[in-house]
Design a protein around this ligand. Structure first.
Ligand SMILES: [Zn+2]
Length: 113
């Protein structure tokens, strides 16, 4: 684990009802503005961020758990910002349901580690 680990937030958003991104930051509002500026998507839905005590560790755990449960983890070329995103997760089915039964419980789970 990084010595620079410390408190912060895990955040999640979904683009086009399909591509989930989960990341960490020490400043949620700054990171959200950065994403929306550098990779603007008209069909992006931000979910409520989760406060964590060790953001890097929490993110690593969350990515591991997401990878075990997701359908795919593509290296996704992004038409919005013309970069290739990593750490994008794809789930089958209704995204609102995925948030309630998979993503949100997962954030709550890693937040207490
Ligand atoms: Zn992008």
């Amino acid at each position: 684990m990084s010595l620079a680990d410390g408190p912060g937030y895990l955040y999640a958003f979904i683009d086009c009802s399909r591509y989930w991104k989960l990341g960490m930051t020490s400043d949620f509002h700054r990171r959200k503005a950065q994403w929306d500026n550098e990779c603007p998507c008209a069909h992006r839905w931000w979910l409520p961020p989760k406060r964590v005590m060790r953001r890097r560790r929490a993110e690593s755990l969350a990515h591991l758990l997401l990878e075990m449960r997701s359908m795919d983890r593509p290296k996704q070329y992004c038409a919005h910002c013309r970069r290739t995103h990593i750490e994008i997760f794809v789930f089958r089915g209704n995204w609102n349901r995925m948030w309630r039964i998979v993503i949100r419980p997962l954030l709550l789970q890693v937040a207490v580690q």
